[in-house]
Design a protein around this ligand. Sequence first.
Ligand SMILES: NC(=O)c1ccc[n+]([C@@H]2O[C@H](COP(=O)([O-])OP(=O)(O)OC[C@H]3O[C@@H](n4cnc5c(N)ncnc54)[C@H](OP(=O)(O)O)[C@@H]3O)[C@@H](O)[C@H]2O)c1
Length: 333
Amino acid sequence: MLNRRITLQARPTGIPGPEHFAQDETPAGVPEAGEVLVETMYISIDPAMRSWIAQSSGYTRGVEIGAVMRAGGIGRVLTSRAEGFAPGDLVQGRTGWQSHPILRGRETQKLDLSVGSLEDWMGPLGTSALTAYFGLRDIGALKPGETLLVSAAAGGVGQLAAQIGLIEACHVVGIAGGPDKCRFLNETLGLHGAIDYKAENDLTGAIRRECTDGVDVYFDNVGGPTLDAALANLRTDARVAMCGRISQTVAPEPYGIRNLGMTGGRRITLRNFLVFDYHDRYPEARAWLAARIREGRLRQRLHIVEGLENAPRALGMLFTGENTGKLIVKAAD
Ligand SMILES: NC(=O)c1ccc[n+]([C@@H]2O[C@H](COP(=O)([O-])OP(=O)(O)OC[C@H]3O[C@@H](n4cnc5c(N)ncnc54)[C@H](OP(=O)(O)O)[C@@H]3O)[C@@H](O)[C@H]2O)c1
């Protein structure tokens, strides 16, 4: 059996793409004690991958040149030498960009399909959903009736944050790029307002138009000028859940935030967070999310790119805004 692999060949300075990776086939490994051989089915494509392959990888160890690209995914166990795993089990783990990884049993989670479908485990029960849940509850401390503003609202994390805001009976406004994404926010998700930041000359004014009483919680997925415009619209005691800064990831020059001075007198809290720090509370979050999925109040639009070989191209889509939902690669049926 062959393992199709995609390895890192060069570190991008801008948007990553196929030119930074190579593809090959090697014999699939044989699991040792405590390991399983898996066939990869779905792979999550995440903005953090860009920092893993940059010169300085930031919060986590980077991917070495020549190594298989790191990624989380879902697959089917083919051979098991790990206690608790049997051939045919569906599992979630660090598959990487390869068709037949060897995974360590203790780092791999068996999926319970009575809780959600495979697609649910990649979407509204996956890491994006956990990020939205902890970012809004613990960092944003969102309360019913408040006004929630979400950027990259049509994306993986943003869609979930916006819907959790609706479930919590908040006034929810999303920011997204382009009329199609804004229509999705208004008509499919039912948000109270959607702002196409690419079509607005005055984003600060557009936020004021949609959030007339100001913003209580800003769930920030993008940083940069959007964060600045949001800061100008925050109410006293507002909270900013600083989830990510995708607008700055491939920007040639960092954007200098101008409106930080407004946050002092209004006693505003800006707080970064990493979802992995909440690992011990994932069961709590998944129980809540699964209940909302069953009630039909929470869903996620997935953007599925077919074929493992297209993973490098898919990664670039996050930075051009081409993805229209939680971005995943389908590696096998
Ligand atoms: N803190 C954590 O633990 C954690 C965990 C997971 C993800 N994150 C962060 O959450 C954010 C969203 O991640 P995701 O996986 O859900 O990705 P996503 O939102 O599905 O995709 C990225 C989106 O970002 C928007 N974007 C790209 N360049 C932009 C720019 N220059 N200005 C404004 N918007 C831009 C695009 O949407 P538009 O078409 O609307 O522009 C694009 O579709 C990222 O910042 C990521 O790093 C954080």
